[in-house]
Ligand binder design. Sequence first.
Ligand code: TRP
Length: 332
Amino acid sequence: MFNNQPVSYSGVQPSGNLTIGNYLGAIKNFASFSEAYKCFYCVVDEHAITVRQTPADLRRRTYETLALYMACGLDPEKNTLYVQSHVHEHAELAWILNCFTMFGELSRMTQFKDKSAKHADNINAGLFTYPTLMAADILLYQTDVVPVGVDQKQHVELCRDIAERFNQLFPDTFTVPEPIISKSGMKIMSLADPTKKMSKSDENVNAVVYILDDKDTIIRKFKRAVTDSETCVRLGEGKDGINNLIGIYSCFTGKSAEEIEKEFEGRGYGEFKLAVGEACADALAPVQQKYRELLADKGALEAQMKKGAEEASWYARRTLSKVQKKLGFVKI
Ligand code: TRP
């Protein structure tokens, strides 16, 4: 809560091309939030460097991610859109929160375990303390709700624990946030291995549909999607591939699973996959068009970043200054 207005906060990594998992699980639902909340959306470049990045790519993707947020329907007049490294309070509060977060808590984070297995040659301290930076992002804005995918729920819960611990020692410092796992934002699974989450960093390009894939690519990827040996389009245990495709089709068309089962009664997987591909490509076409227009004007995007950073700083400064005072830091 900030000035009696409930706050929603979310972040997206600029570390790769965004997938339909990011779109359906998070970004698509963001636009409607600005009715009820003061909304902040942050491109988290500081989180991105917990794994090695090529600087030119990181820079390019920061612009691209901002443009994509906007193309997906986020109005910068109604939302605060900014880049994490432009607001220095994030890194400062993260340090402070590190001192209120336990080694054991961070060791239990499943994302840390996954990422350190994947990047065994670079298990750096930033990868380990990633969740305290994320907690700083959230707590700086006195956030009430955090719309995230299920994979980030554990991090938001840790953020709550940190906030509660801090508040116990220093009452009334932070709002304790709630995660919002979007209803339709079910985990979108990989098309190649539907027991695994669709991940933008998957090495198998056929496993992942990117928001910016062209129509032919999208249809080809869905055609190749791994399913099962049955032929009937219906939800079922062990039918991870079909369950996933029904979920995706449902998200893009707004139809319920029952409606979808009825629609494809007596029709095979091939026809169904084509329909999913077409629904996906059609839904993404206007987003892609807007994205290209935005990205063509770097100057306008930079002006946008600057405006967002100024807005965000105003809030971040207030919280950080309150925290520093409570801790006993000398103010000069
Ligand atoms: N960790 C999130 C992810 O990888 C991104 C993120 C960073 C975030 N800071 C955040 C999400 C704050 C919500 C709130 O998806």
